[in-house]
Design a protein around this ligand. Structure first.
Ligand code: FES
Ligand code: FES
Length: 148
């Protein structure tokens, strides 16, 4: 099947029921998207499909053929960091970093849908789990990116 990831088309020879995350990491070789729980709970595997956040561990690859998939590697346009990535650097959000690509993708999708989110909007949208407890920095960085 053909997958469009970060603007490039990839031929992926895989079972249509295989999780999208496997196609991204193992077939296409983009390892910025992480495997955490595998059951759509933690958000480490968040990518955008047609601009909406999706937990790629729980989306069959056959369901996203012909759709526009963006991973963390494709978020920065033309070498310029996305405003969320800039805010993440400014607020020194990551600790171990494992959950952070999923966090950033979720935050970018939130700001696209709601350019000026409230704390309640952030809490509702950012259900990603961070074992290092970066939640306060995540919230501050999203508010900062919203002003950029
Ligand atoms: S690995 Fe997909 S939500 Fe946890
Ligand atoms: S930064 Fe370590 S799990 Fe989130």
């Amino acid at each position: 099947m053909k997958l469009t990831i970060n603007g490039k088309t990839h031929d992926v020879d895989a079972d249509p029921d295989m999780p999208l995350l496997w196609a991204i990491r193992e077939h296409v070789g983009l390892t910025g998207t992480k495997y955490g729980c595998g059951i759509a709970q933690c958000g480490a595997c968040t990518v955008h499909v047609d601009g909406a956040p999706m937990r790629s561990c729980s989306v069959p690859v056959g369901a996203v053929q012909g759709r526009k998939i963006t991973t963390i590697e494709g978020l920065a346009a033309g070498g310029t960091l996305h405003k969320v990535q800039k805010a993440w650097v400014e607020h020194e959000v990551p600790q171990c970093g494992y959950c952070q690509s999923g966090m950033i993708m979720a935050a970018a999708a939130l700001l696209k849908a709601k350019p000026k989110p409230t704390d309640a909007d952030i809490d509702a949208a950012m259900t990603n789990i961070c074992r290092c407890g970066t939640f306060q920095q995540v919230r501050a960085a999203i508010h900062s990116a919203a002003k950029a």
